[in-house]
Ligand binder design. Structure first.
Ligand code: ATP
Ligand code: MG
Length: 240
């Protein structure tokens, strides 16, 4: 594994907002087929990292390499077409379009296919995320929790090789967690590599191979989920 070119390399990336250093000289490699967790307290810089990877923010320093090629500076649609897709912590659907139409629009955008092919693709994906019964409901009428699954579906519809998932379990009740874990398993079986940002520990423990923990934009620990949870630096970052 280690000798292969990583699917994604974050190389010394720094991002500041005014005087605030949101991401501080961060480096990490992700290999094809891996599921990697990204943890850290509120404001640690997790969302900023995936916003940089997906091209909406440019890093101040450092670069992002996808399959060995520098992609930092490419516009978001080019990065999407290369095979990187993200979800948003706050879902951003088209409220007046149905669940199925929202997914189909993402398929048209990401795959460059026509309406009929996009709707066929959307029908497959809506099954995977378990929203078939909501297919004709306008997104504005869906509950917040359902919108999280629609976010995942929209990201999947662009046919990603690498999926960046930002807190998709937030707000789920206990009994809904196994269903989400099954969806993530299905995503893996589709051959998709993912980075998962998650505060829900049960999800993190079961859905990733390893975890990187950041605090104030700096990596403070990495390893197996069970190991990093016991790391003193991690406990201090979360609980002071
Ligand atoms: N567009 C922006 N302009 C100014 N500051 C920003 C911007 N985006 C993020 N920040 C700041 O950068 C830091 C990192 O934010 P980020 O959203 O990446 O954290 P996070 O780890 O995703 O937190 P959370 O767990 O709350 O989602 C925070 O201090 C945040 O206020
Ligand atoms: Mg965030």
């Amino acid at each position: 594994m280690a000798s292969e070119t990583p699917i994604l390399s974050i190389v010394g990336v720094t991002k500041t907002f005014g005087g605030l250093v949101a991401v501080n000289d961060l480096s990490m490699d992700i290999h094809e087929g891996e599921a990697v967790g990204l943890m850290g307290p509120n404001g640690a810089g997790k969302t900023t990292i995936i916003t940089i990877i997906s091209g909406q923010y440019k890093p101040d320093r450092g670069m992002i390499k996808f399959k060995g090629n520098d992609i930092s500076g490419l516009p978001p649609h080019s990065i999407c077409h290369l095979g990187i897709s993200r979800t948003y912590q706050i879902p951003q659907p088209f409220g007046n379009l149905t669940a199925l139409q929202n997914i189909a629009v993402a398929a048209m955008y990401g795959k460059g296919v026509g309406k009929a092919a996009a709707e066929a693709e959307a029908s497959k994906i809506i099954d995977i995320v378990g929203l078939s019964d909501k297919r004709d409901v306008p997104a504005r009428d869906l509950m917040a929790i359902t919108l999280k699954r629609l976010e995942l579906a929209r990201a999947l519809a662009t046919n990603p090789k690498l999926l960046l998932i930002d807190e998709v379990a937030a707000g789920l009740i206990e009994t809904e967690i196994p269903r989400l874990l099954n969806i993530l398993k299905e995503v893996r079986s589709m051959g998709i590599t993912y980075i998962l940002i998650e505060h829900v520990l049960k999800v993190m423990m079961e859905a990733v191979d390893r975890v990187t923990v950041i605090d104030y934009g700096t990596k403070i620990a990495e390893g197996k989920p069970s190991e990093v949870m016991e790391d003193k630096k991690v406990i201090t970052a979360y609980f002071g």
